[in-house]
Write a protein that binds this ligand. Structure first.
Ligand SMILES: Nc1ncnc2c1ncn2[C@@H]1O[C@H](COP(=O)(O)OP(=O)(O)O)[C@@H](O)[C@H]1O
Ligand SMILES: [Mg+2]
Length: 139
């Protein structure tokens, strides 16, 4: 049992993301957990899609990282996904959140999609140290 489990009685599922296979596995696990926690199928799909975007970003922009999935009880039932990496950080969050902005010449729609698909989104980032993105969806 880790610290989060001891505190809330809920498992904090931690999944490494080092390659494409890890991304797919995390997506499947996320969808399964959402269904198990009683989210509607469409919500499970939305949360899993957001997770896929955050996980791919860690892979392509930060050499991998970790995804945490947690069930929330306050103020009501929800699910939180958190993506943590020790990559280069995001120098300008506002710019990164814009549709079609990408530093790698890709679509640049991942972060804005996470914002739309989830109810809450929070980005903490330190240049040269890494990024932590938390996104929540209420059931
Ligand atoms: N984990 C991360 N670490 C560093 N930079 C990131 C990370 N996630 C996103 N970014 C930055 O934000 C930009 C926008 O991300 P996104 O909307 O997913 O588009 P894309 O992945 O196609 O570039 C990226 O191009 C990158 O510069
Ligand atoms: Mg992306």
């Amino acid at each position: 049992m880790n610290a989060a489990t001891a505190q809330t009685g809920n498992p904090d599922i931690c999944l490494p993301v080092m390659n494409e296979q890890d991304v797919q596995q995390a997506v499947r696990q996320c969808r399964r957990l959402c269904m198990q926690y009683g989210f509607k199928q469409v919500q499970a799909f939305q949360v899993a899609t957001a997770l896929a975007e955050l996980a791919k970003n860690m892979l392509y922009h930060a050499d991998g990282g970790e995804i945490h999935i947690r069930l929330l009880h306050t103020p009501r039932t929800g699910i939180e996904i958190e993506a943590c990496d020790h990559g280069p950080g995001i120098p300008d969050i506002e710019q990164a959140m814009q549709n079609h902005f990408s530093t790698r010449g890709t679509l640049g729609i991942g972060l804005p999609a996470v914002k739309r698909l989830m109810d809450e989104m929070q980005i903490e980032t330190v240049t040269g140290q890494g990024t932590r993105i938390r996104a929540r969806k209420w059931r």
